[in-house]
Design a protein around this ligand. Structure first.
Ligand SMILES: *[C@@H]1O[C@H](CO)[C@@H](O)[C@H](O)[C@H]1NC(C)=O
Ligand SMILES: *[C@@H]1O[C@H](CO)[C@@H](O)[C@H](O)[C@H]1NC(C)=O
Length: 229
């Protein structure tokens, strides 16, 4: 009996160690998410980090966990982070890395909706106002300036998360990230450009190589391997 306990302990310890060092394997099929070979039914809740102050984050996350939540989900708020082109802010309420680490320390998962579109009563849908003044920009459709700045910001956020080892593939809490947001509902209004933009966004995201799946909420024509919801 003693030996069995010892081996069970060793096994759990090893599993924990390997997750930290080598990360978790997050995949999916038509039925569920699969984490390290186990099918998961996960309950998720939103906490939008800039709507409260960092001192409140541990308490909010803890309350969610005690309420039976497994995954915290948040948008990433582009216009709060990129104040002018290439000029980034991650202080105070916008300390995304700190927020992700608090979620991790609580033993929960994180879904990062990098978007960059925020559909949640947030000025300009989270798109920076300065981008409006860059000639030729049309928001959320196929045009050079919008796609350039969107890719630039997405890459910046992904690289920041990678540096801090926050993707589940690196042992961190992020099991999913999202590109665009409920765009399938609007795509037709943009005509051919809308279709091309959605496909471009999916490919741009997948090429970021996060090691965890990308999702596109309400985007029924999203190409594999993006999760269509
Ligand atoms: C990850 O898990 C999936 C499903 O369980 C499996 O098909 C795949 O081979 C795994 N990938 C790695 C790198 O272990
Ligand atoms: C993003 O744009 C800034 C300038 O606006 C530039 O300095 C930076 O290299 C770009 N980053 C990427 C990943 O393209």
């Amino acid at each position: 009996m003693k030996n069995l306990c010892f081996f069970v302990f060793l096994f759990l310890y090893a599993a924990f160690f390997f997750t930290l060092v080598f990360g978790a394997n997050v995949s999916y099929d038509g039925r569920s998410l699969i984490i390290d070979g186990q099918r998961k039914l996960l309950l998720s809740a939103s906490i939008h980090y800039p709507r409260s102050v960092p001192a409140m984050w541990p308490g909010l996350v803890k309350a969610a966990k005690e309420g039976g939540i497994d995954v915290i989900e948040t948008y990433v708020f582009w216009n709060g982070h990129e104040l002018s082109p290439g000029n980034y802010y991650f202080g105070g309420r916008f300390d995304l890395v700190k927020f992700a680490k608090i979620v991790h320390e609580a033993g929960m998962y994180l879904t990062l909706r990098i978007g960059p579109f925020v559909a949640a009563e947030w000025n300009y849908g989270g798109v920076p106002v300065w981008l409006h003044y860059i000639p030729g920009t049309v928001f959320r459709t196929y045009n050079e300036p919008f796609m350039y700045y969107m890719q630039n910001f997405t890459t910046y956020i992904v690289n920041l998360m990678k540096q801090e080892k926050l993707f589940a593939s690196q042992g961190g809490p992020i099991i999913l990230s999202q590109v665009e947001n409920e765009y399938g509902n609007y795509e037709d209004f943009y005509g051919e450009g809308g279709k091309k933009y959605a496909q471009w966004a999916a490919k741009m995201a997948v090429a970021q190589n996060t090691g965890v799946p990308w999702i596109m909420c309400q985007q029924w024509d999203a190409p594999d391997p993006v999760v269509r919801l």
